[in-house]
Design a protein around this ligand. Structure first.
Ligand code: HEC
Length: 162
């Protein structure tokens, strides 16, 4: 009798140990990050309005007449950071000529292209078409949103806005 009881305790112990192992939660899966997948907000942006591109710039308010201070600053940035690859005419050198860019694109798209170029080239179909044409990836030049807004104003003037 004593022997059986001991045996019994042993069995119960094994039983509990087995159940504990079986019920232990799985190691959490999907812990890795998948940087290639669009973030939720990027997906929302695409659904919201594909013509605005992908990035932090959701809504730009344009003023008439042009804001001349911005135009001046935009011209300076163009000369310093953009003119190596972009002309102000329709001529394509490394990148497309800027003439009429503000007519073919939404202002938000232009500013997202300038400030979020890596994501735009990876996910925005219009940016990808340009890449297929130019075969050079426009580099990220760490342009701030304020500077991109100034460049946009300069582009508007280049396109004949008053
Ligand atoms: C090293 C060359 C290079 C430089 C410098 C450069 N870009 Fe670009 N840009 C490109 C290329 C190439 C494309 C076409 C997309 C691609 O292939 O990456 C492009 C596309 C663009 C477009 C879209 C044009 C369109 O027709 O829709 C805008 C806007 C733009 N660039 C703005 C800028 C601004 C603003 C600067 C300066 C701050 C700049 N780029 C500097 C190469 C350059």
């Amino acid at each position: 009798m004593y022997k059986n009881q001991k045996h019994m305790k042993y069995l119960i112990f094994i039983g509990i140990a087995a159940m504990t192992l079986a019920c232990a939660p799985d190691k959490p899966k999907n812990q890795e990050q998948y940087p290639d997948q669009p973030t939720k907000s990027a997906v929302e942006d695409i659904i919201a309005d594909p013509t605005k591109g992908i990035g932090a710039v959701k809504k730009v308010t344009l003023k008439t007449p042009l804001e001349q201070e911005r135009v001046g600053r935009g011209l300076a940035i163009f000369e310093m950071k953009c003119s190596a690859c972009h002309r102000l005419t329709t001529e394509r050198v490394v990148g497309p000529g800027w003439k009429d860019v503000t007519k073919r694109r939404q202002p938000e798209w232009v500013m997202n292209m300038i400030t979020n170029v890596d994501v735009m080239l990876d996910k925005d179909p219009e940016a990808q078409k340009l890449f297929e044409l130019c075969l050079v990836r426009m580099p990220n030049q760490n342009v701030s949103i304020g500077d991109a807004r100034d460049i946009l104003e300069f582009m508007r003037q280049n396109d004949g806005a008053k």
